[in-house]
Design a protein around this ligand. Structure first.
Ligand SMILES: Nc1nc2c(ncn2[C@@H]2O[C@H](COP(=O)(O)OP(=O)(O)OP(=O)(O)O)[C@@H](O)[C@H]2O)c(=O)[nH]1
Ligand SMILES: [Mg+2]
Ligand SMILES: [Zn+2]
Length: 307
């Protein structure tokens, strides 16, 4: 019987069948998945085959179907291993905040690079806009202009005032959406806002220390009442890139990809080369200098020997 992984806590999984039946599941004995060197062989969103355990109300996962896509990152515990955050996604919502906690543009850009590389469209939700003073509002408007001009959707929201919540709800319908972002940006609060009955554990305001306590510890998927699924995930501190080579990185910056054809050298790295269309665009102001800095920083962080 076919089922989808809704939750993974390590050795046990929660699966749901197409009919909506829920089971506790585990991987069958020596069951191994070829060619996957991730810390978690099965991730939330995976489509699997299950077999009922004899005399038990649990099931065994016997087969995993090919993933349409997935978000993969360097394991937080082991730099040499991958961790599949979730699979078979329609889109991801990156929750960002400019205050309590601060999300850096570098972090956003890393997330966007991964989204481009794995073909998962990303929308950036700026939550907690109720906390913005004039300074943050100005910063937000600048960010909005920059990213919208590249083609990304930017959505301001406050779970406290309710501003923007209907708009964000509106993009979820009939889609499988991954919620991602630093710890404390309000991912679980957003799910509680949609489903007050779930009462997921969220960070206490008084606990807020800026250290990013991880309140959510496992990824979990929820069915939306009007169709669609939403995946809550533990906060991420850093978005380690996997499987992306230095030479292909510029492709995953859409505004760079658009001009690369104009570089004099086919193998231009967009750093020191003469007649580089990317650098020209930065100088002319059509490519945002902060995005270019992100390109250089991410490029430097790619350790190709590891792959
Ligand atoms: N001022 C303000 N606070 C908010 C808003 N949304 C959420 N919060 C608060 O911010 C904190 C966010 O906590 P969580 O929802 O647990 O954050 P999370 O992203 O799930 O964090 P992890 O599970 O650790 O990854 C809670 O104390 C919320 O009450 C908002 O729009 N405005
Ligand atoms: Mg959470
Ligand atoms: Zn170039």
């Amino acid at each position: 019987m076919q089922a989808i992984i809704y939750k993974s806590t390590g050795s046990w999984y929660t699966v749901q069948t197409v009919a909506g039946e829920e089971f506790k599941a585990r991987i069958k004995g020596k069951f191994k998945i070829d060619g996957i060197t991730s810390t978690n062989p099965i991730a939330v969103g995976d489509i699997v085959n299950i077999e009922q355990d004899i005399n038990e109300d649990t099931v065994m996962i016997t087969e995993i179907f090919e993933r349409r896509n997935y978000i993969n990152r360097v394991s937080p515990h082991n730099k040499n291993q991958h961790h599949i955050v979730a699979s078979n996604l329609s889109q991801s919502l990156l929750f960002a905040t400019l205050k309590d906690p601060k999300t850096s543009l570098g972090f956003i850009d890393r997330f966007l690079v991964i989204s481009e590389a794995y073909h998962v469209p990303a929308i950036i939700v700026f939550n907690k806009i109720d906390l913005y003073a004039a300074k943050e509002r100005e910063k937000f408007e600048h960010i909005r202009k920059t990213y919208e001009s590249i083609g990304y959707k930017i959505m301001p929201m406050s779970l406290l005032s309710g501003e923007g919540t209907e708009e964000v709800k509106g993009v979820l319908q009939n889609k499988t959406t991954l919620l991602s972002g630093h710890s404390g940006v309000g991912k679980s609060s957003f799910i509680n806002f949609l489903f007050p009955k779930l009462a997921l554990k969220t960070q206490n305001v008084s606990d807020w220390s800026g250290k990013g306590l991880h309140t959510t510890t496992f990824a979990e998927m929820f069915n939306l009442p009007d169709g669609g699924k939403l995946i809550d995930t533990p906060g991420i501190r850093e978005m380690g890139l996997v499987d992306i080579g230095k030479d292909e990185l510029a492709q995953f910056f859409p505004e760079m990809q658009a001009v690369i054809g104009g570089c004099r050298f086919k193998n231009c790295l967009h750093i020191e080369e003469p007649d580089c269309a990317v650098k020209e665009a930065v100088n002319e102001g059509t490519i945002d200098p902060d995005r270019y800095v992100s390109y250089l920083t991410i490029r430097d962080s790619i350790n190709e020997k590891a792959y």
